[in-house]
Ligand binder design. Structure first.
Ligand code: R5P
Length: 282
């Protein structure tokens, strides 16, 4: 059993291989003059663990090519970040259920798939092979513990992410709450913790994804306005679209933390050990 990965998941793949006490098979990646992807995999093992976060459309195509190059249905697929998971229903007539389309494509040529904190676990039913999702909530909690903050408040941006925030907070027995939006007028919205008070506290806003950072930037500004001492932003998948990291830091956020499902300079925790454990568990 060896590990092989797409271009954007090389660091994660190496960590995973180390955790599984195996090696990474080399791949050459390039493009044809018209932009089409090309890759050539080194000598594969009988059973491969194929790793690739779908961070964008290029990564999606590369992962499909890699699955085909490895060409064995006993291979296992690890997709630490799977884009398109947020379009999990038809919000308007005529729209696709994008994650269903992606799941159907990834259900061919492999034996099973493992993801990390997929936006909603319900979507795993769209895979026609065994699919499981692991959570790095406890790893995030352990990271927060290393900061040695005095009684931090763990906040989710909405009640949908509250279960995740609760798992994070359970590591240190910290307070947990979710932000509630109150519309003050046609243009004014207030965001504040539903039950607790942020005044004089270190606050960690935790979510599965930070994309534009818009939600967290607005919340951070308001939490500082309510007297929070420090506001941190943490997520599993640091999508960080279009300057999101810089925008968040500019709002006075103390630090932005994410896992390595998407490899970033601010990836301060790894999902590799959790995935290795899941792969070894029948
Ligand atoms: C939404 O459903 C997700 O859980 C995140 O809350 C969302 O993707 C964050 O988006 P943004 O960073 O653009 O505010």
């Amino acid at each position: 059993m060896k590990v092989i990965s797409t271009e954007r998941s090389q660091v994660f793949a190496t960590r995973l291989a180390r955790a599984l006490k195996t090696t990474v098979v080399e791949v050459t990646y390039s493009r044809f003059p018209d932009g089409e992807h090309y890759l050539r995999a080194g000598v594969p093992d009988d059973e491969m663990i194929i790793v690739g976060s779908v961070v964008d459309n290029d990564a999606l195509v590369q992962l499909l090519l890699l699955i085909d190059a490895c060409d064995s249905s006993v291979n296992r697929l690890v997709v630490p970040y799977l884009a398109y998971a947020r379009q999990d229903k038809r919000f308007h007539a005529g729209e696709p259920i994008s994650i269903r389309a992606v799941a159907q494509v990834f259900s061919r040529g492999i034996s099973d798939i493992t993801t990390v904190n997929i936006h909603d676990r319900d979507v795993l039913r769209y895979f026609s092979i065994p699919a499981r999702d692991i959570s790095v909530a406890r790893d995030l909690g352990e990271y927060i513990r290393t900061l040695d903050l005095d009684n931090p408040l763990i906040l989710s941006p909405d009640d949908g992410a509250l279960a995740f925030a609760r798992q994070v907070a359970s590591v240190g027995g910290w307070d947990v709450d979710h932000l509630e939006k109150t519309r003050l007028s046609g243009v004014e919205v207030k965001m504040a913790p539903k039950q607790l008070c942020a005044k004089g506290r270190s606050v960690f806003i935790v979510d599965d994804i930070i994309s534009t950072g818009g939600t967290i930037a607005t919340a951070a500004g308001m939490l500082y306005g309510q007297g929070a001492d420090d506001v941190y932003a943490a997520c599993v998948h640091g999508v960080l679209t279009g300057g999101a990291y810089a925008r968040l830091m500019a709002t006075g956020i103390r630090d932005v933390v994410c896992s390595d499902t998407i490899e970033r300079a601010c990836s301060k925790l790894s999902a590799a050990d959790g995935i290795a454990h899941a792969l070894k568990t029948p």
